[in-house]
Write a protein that binds this ligand. Structure first.
Ligand code: NAI
Length: 330
């Protein structure tokens, strides 16, 4: 996966977008943030079109002064650049059936996640450029950081260089970056964070059994926002260097404790998820099979079922009790 090249604002020339019709498919977390940022950056409003089904997101786009097209075929026909910013699981159906047949043969297609490209789920024509601009940031922050005049890091790669005008250097890196981005995202989602959630759950159970109160536990573990503060320091000062802000007892406990944990079993578990679940395509295949069910309401939606099961965690029950008590105090 090699060393990635870093590009800065000065490497980007907005001039290449002049007179281009830019269509955003979706006005959700990323769509609303990216469309507004682009308009603020000087792209005229009449060059931007929001393609959105009839729903509350379309209303928000209209309220923000954007032109909205509900007929996807019409939006596809005019697009020089198409940002695909609807949920990953609906992209293949919507793009392949409603956009792909009508899109210009030399259109530039921009995705914000490598998932569908990496697993070849989107049908592109050979003359089209396919670019990934994947912000390493949640949508609301993509907007708020821009408003504050600050930036955020993005993964960029040219995945298909149909017009021959894509960045050659980026093209050379492309497969590696899409593979890297997709693999790292899925790894964080399926290996790292499940273990973190499990560790919090079990830490909570042990401390609760030892007699700690709901309030003390919830605040100590996350509601005080101390973990958020620690991660902010880790980003600014260094993953381990941020420990210098902690007490000596804490520094000693954290460093000696983590170095004592050999991690072999966890490494094997992580490798299993990376190779046998993610890169093998096993997860992608299984996820494709529940795609339609994710649009369902209630128990028929597998995500709702998982939320319901998670509510059975003692930690979540305690958090509800604490929040209910706090609401009574406000
Ligand atoms: P979202 O869930 O906010 O998308 C909502 C939008 O999708 C709305 O405009 C809605 O009308 C449209 N939509 C939903 N279902 C639809 C359907 N069946 N047919 C037509 N339109 C439909 O999506 P989000 O979170 O902005 O994700 C968009 C892309 O950005 C994805 O590829 C995601 O992986 C990527 N991304 C998201 C990040 C985030 O912070 N949420 C961070 C980085 C990348």
């Amino acid at each position: 996966m090699g060393q990635a090249k870093i590009y800065y604002d000065s490497d980007a020339d907005l001039g290449v977008l002049s007179n281009k019709k830019i269509v955003f498919l979706g006005f959700g977390n990323q769509g609303s943030a990216q469309a507004q940022n682009l308009r603020d950056s000087g792209i005229p409003n009449d060059q931007i079109l929001i393609a959105n089904r009839v729903d509350s997101y379309a209303e928000t786009a209209k309220a923000k002064g954007f032109r909205v097209e509900h007929d996807f075929a019409k939006a596809a026909e005019v697009a020089d650049v198409l940002f695909i910013l609807i949920p990953d699981q609906v992209q293949p159906r919507v793009f392949n059936e409603q956009f792909s047949p009508k899109l210009k043969s030399n259109a530039t297609i921009v995705v914000a996640s490598g998932y569908n490209v990496f697993f070849n789920l989107l049908k592109f024509q050979p003359g089209q450029d396919v670019v990934m601009v994947a912000p390493r940031m949640i949508g609301s922050s993509v907007r708020s950081l821009h408003e504050k005049g600050r930036g955020f890091p993005c993964f960029v790669s040219v995945e298909q260089n149909g017009t021959g005008k894509g960045l050659d250097a980026a093209l050379a890196l492309s497969r590696a970056i899409v593979r890297e981005e997709t693999a790292m995202d899925l790894f964080a989602e399926q290996a790292l964070w499940p273990n973190i959630i499990m560790m919090f759950r079990e830490a909570f159970n042990v401390l609760k059994d030892a007699g700690c109160s709901d309030e003390a536990l919830c605040y100590e573990m996350w509601m005080s926002k101390e973990p958020a503060e620690i991660f902010e320091r880790a980003a600014d000062d260094g993953f381990v260097a941020q420990l210098k802000h902690h007490s000596t007892v804490s520094q000693y406990g954290q460093l000696s404790g983590s170095l004592k944990l050999e991690g072999g079993a966890m490494r094997e578990h992580f490798k299993d998820i990376l190779y046998n679940q993610i890169l093998s395509g096993k997860f992608c295949k299984a996820f494709s099979q529940i795609e339609d069910d994710l649009d369902e309401e209630g128990d028929a939606n597998p995500l709702n079922e998982l939320y319901k099961r998670s509510e059975e965690m003692e930690l979540i029950k305690a958090e509800k009790r604490v929040r209910a008590r706090l609401a009574g105090l406000l």
